[in-house]
Design a protein around this ligand. Structure first.
Ligand SMILES: *[C@@H]1O[C@H](CO)[C@@H](O)[C@H](O)[C@H]1NC(C)=O
Ligand SMILES: *[C@@H]1O[C@H](CO)[C@@H](O)[C@H](O)[C@H]1NC(C)=O
Ligand SMILES: *[C@@H]1O[C@H](CO)[C@@H](O)[C@H](O)[C@H]1NC(C)=O
Ligand SMILES: *[C@@H]1O[C@H](CO)[C@@H](O)[C@H](O)[C@H]1NC(C)=O
Ligand SMILES: *[C@@H]1O[C@H](CO)[C@@H](O)[C@H](O)[C@H]1NC(C)=O
Ligand SMILES: *[C@@H]1O[C@H](CO)[C@@H](O)[C@H](O)[C@H]1NC(C)=O
Ligand SMILES: *[C@@H]1O[C@H](CO)[C@@H](O)[C@H](O)[C@H]1NC(C)=O
Ligand SMILES: *[C@@H]1O[C@H](CO)[C@@H](O)[C@H](O)[C@H]1NC(C)=O
Ligand SMILES: *[C@@H]1O[C@H](CO)[C@@H](O)[C@H](O)[C@H]1NC(C)=O
Length: 585
């Protein structure tokens, strides 16, 4: 009786009192005893001093700038209750023989971010219940046949970002229950179907950035249960229905970042279960009209950064598609008309599409996330805005102002991005925005881009009674740039056909801008340095241009503190620079 009590007490004290210094010990959300050591800097053989025997989860890791340098030692034998071991960022060079032997409850072994070059089968002996093995970010160069053959219950194997150049035949011997295999970031070049013969229950396969040059339908023939396939950032030139014909359960397919040039009517005919498809960052110039005719479950389609100009292929998806990413394609304006029929669309991304205008009626009313950033838009009508919009991004366009009724229509839209436009802080353009500065940082932080007197100033620092009238030159230097070096095709045509006229306008504009700069820049300084208005007026009246004459610089600025002087001089340099740039145009 007494002895029992003692033993109980002993265990209790162990549980409650023992925790290695520099580690933390706690219960996780599943009620398991966790020992977590994250400080790093430990050198030498792994030891578990003061780690209680009933520990169920061990996590040893380190910050990036203070990694451990550990060698494995046979310390786990008495920790029969371990369910998870994570030893990461510890430079472990190799795993010892039978070190995990007897850990019948171990389900997760995470040895990512170490320096392991060749795991061998006997390293994993005794881990018959292991379900997940992570060996990401090591230096594994080769894996012999049957490396994992003692891991009869393995479900997930992750070997990402190692140095594997090939998969040895029978590598996956005895791990036939494997569902998830991640090989991304290994320079494999080619995948041989033979090696997949041992893991035919796979549902999830990733090999991004594996330098693969072609799809191999013999592999997919062995993997009919695949649901998730990610072969992005490889070097495929084409993808055909023949390649994919056996993947009839596929729901998620990523083949972005390849060299695919066209999608034809038959490519995805067998993928009736397909829900999400990523074809971004390829060289696709043509998607056949009926390409998605059989994909009645496709809700998400990304074709960003291709060479698509025609959107007729959307027709079969009118009632289905919920997310469409078309960014980075130079879409023809008349092609946009297909968009409005996408009745289920929630998210539409048209960033960087070379759009100079958008008709009010092309955006589907169901859209809640609309991305129009990085285009050439300068006006939008409020009729264009869907009713339940939660996100609107029009950053990186050519807006100089927004109308009051447009902004009112946006009052219930919580996420708006407006930055990097040509906000013109004068009476004609900015008032509706200025009236909203107290509402959120979206408006407060906007930077004026014209007139020169307030260029680069945040909207929150602009006073309404200081706004200039709109007789400010309507072609500022930035507008001139827009016309002369627009990268967009449409603008290019415009420039070609009306170049003479525009050249004339540009010259006028530049002259205008220069005069304007001189005059207003000068005024800006006086504001900043709080020189009496009267004093300023006397100078301005004389039509001096004190800014560019060295002699008068000192006179202009108060010399109270060195710091103020520094700021002032820096500002002068900026203006001078702008002056020369304008001159150079
Ligand atoms: C183990 O615990 C003892 C006393 O609690 C302490 O003195 C010792 O430094 C600890 N050792 C380690 C490695 O944490
Ligand atoms: C394995 O360890 C790495 C590095 O610490 C970590 O990022 C990753 O989330 C871990 N994996 C699991 C499944 O816990
Ligand atoms: C990793 O192992 C290699 C030899 O396999 C060794 O040269 C290198 O120094 C090790 N790196 C670290 C950080 O320990
Ligand atoms: C795919 O490309 C290969 C060579 O890269 C070519 O032989 C084959 O005909 C192409 N298939 C299709 C459907 O374009
Ligand atoms: C598609 O892949 C690209 C990378 O090529 C990625 O940036 C993008 O987020 C993916 N799109 C979707 C919708 O998953
Ligand atoms: C592709 O399918 C569409 C409609 O489903 C059809 O109009 C078109 O002719 C087909 N194109 C080819 C090349 O078969
Ligand atoms: C959606 O996928 C299921 C299989 O998951 C399939 O049975 C069904 O026919 C598909 N629906 C359409 C409209 O294609
Ligand atoms: C907007 O949301 C309301 C309420 O959530 C809903 O009744 C209405 O149908 C939505 N309108 C559109 C065009 O989706
Ligand atoms: C914003 O708030 C400040 C201080 O609370 C106030 O002086 C200013 O007039 C307000 N601006 C607008 C446009 O309401």
């Amino acid at each position: 009786m007494f002895l029992k009590l003692l033993i109980l007490l002993y265990y209790a004290s162990q549980t409650w009192a023992m925790c290695p210094t520099k580690c933390s010990c706690y219960l996780d959300h599943k009620g398991r005893n966790v020992v977590a050591c994250k400080e790093g800097g430990t050198v030498g053989p792994l030891n578990l001093n003061n780690v209680s025997l009933d520990t169920e989860v061990i996590k040893i890791t380190a910050p990036d700038d203070n990694m451990n340098t550990l060698t494995m030692s046979p310390v786990f034998q008495s920790y029969r209750r371990l369910e998870e071991i994570h030893i990461t960022k510890s430079n472990i060079p190799q795993l010892g023989m039978h070190f995990f032997y007897g850990l019948k409850k171990l389900e997760v072994l995470n040895l990512s971010q170490n320096n392991i070059s060749q795991p061998l089968d006997h390293n994993f002996r005794g881990l018959s219940n292991l379900k997940e093995l992570y060996l990401d970010d090591n230096r594994i160069i080769s894996l012999p046949s049957g490396t994992f053959r003692y891991l009869l219950g393995l479900r997930l194997l992750s070997l990402q970002r190692n140095r594997l150049e090939e998969l040895t035949p029978r590598l996956f011997l005895e791990i036939g229950k494997l569902k998830v295999l991640k090989l991304s970031g290994n320079p494999l070049g080619i995948l041989h179907s033979e090696v997949f013969r041992d893991i035919q229950e796979l549902t999830f396969f990733e090999c991004r950035g594996c330098a693969l040059t072609k799809l191999n339908h013999d592999i997919f023939h062995l993997l009919p249960d695949l649901v998730h396939l990610d072969l992005g950032r490889n070097e495929f030139k084409n993808v055909s229905s023949d390649d994919l014909k056996d993947l009839q359960n596929l729901k998620y397919l990523k083949i972005d970042g390849n060299l695919i040039t066209a999608i034809d009517n038959s490519t995805f005919v067998r993928q009736t279960a397909l829900r999400r498809l990523n074809l971004s960052n390829n060289k696709i110039s043509k998607i056949a009209t009926g390409a998605f005719a059989e994909n009645g479950n496709l809700t998400e389609l990304a074709v960003a950064y291709n060479r698509i100009s025609n959107l007729e292929f959307l027709e079969p998806l009118y009632e289905i598609l919920e997310k469409l990413v078309l960014s980075g394609n130079h879409l023809r304006t008349e092609s946009l008309k297909y968009l409005v029929y996408l009745n289920a669309l929630k998210e539409l991304r048209l960033s960087d599409c070379g759009l100079a205008e958008i008709d009010a009626e092309i955006i589907p009313k169901s859209v809640v996330i609309l991305d129009l950033s990085e285009n050439y838009l300068s006006t939008l009508e409020k009729e264009m805005l869907p009713l339940n919009l939660t996100t609107l991004d029009i950053s990186g366009n050519r807006f100089r102002g927004l109308e009051e009724d447009f902004l009112t229509a946006l009052d219930n839209t919580p996420n708006i991005k407006l930055d990097h436009n040509l906000w013109s802080c004068d009476l004609c353009h900015i008032i509706p925005l200025l009236e909203r500065v107290n509402r959120s940082a979206v408006f407060r932080e906007l930077l004026c881009s014209a007139p020169y007197t307030v260029k680069g100033i945040k909207l929150e620092r602009i006073q309404r009674n200081e706004l200039t009238w709109c007789n400010s030159p309507s072609y500022t230097a930035s507008d001139a740039n827009f016309f002369s070096i627009g990268r967009d095709g449409e603008v290019g045509i415009l420039v070609a056909s009306t170049s003479v006229f525009l050249l004339f306008l540009t010259v006028i504009a530049i002259i205008g801008a220069l005069c304007y700069t001189n005059r207003h820049a000068a005024r800006y300084y006086t504001h900043e340095d709080k020189i009496a208005t009267a004093e300023w007026e006397s100078i301005a009246g004389n039509n001096h241009s004190p800014l560019f004459g060295d002699g008068e610089l000192n006179f202009k600025f108060p010399l109270d503190t060195i710091e103020e002087k520094k700021i002032s001089i820096a500002t002068i340099d900026e203006i001078k620079k702008e002056h020369t740039i304008a001159n150079g145009t």
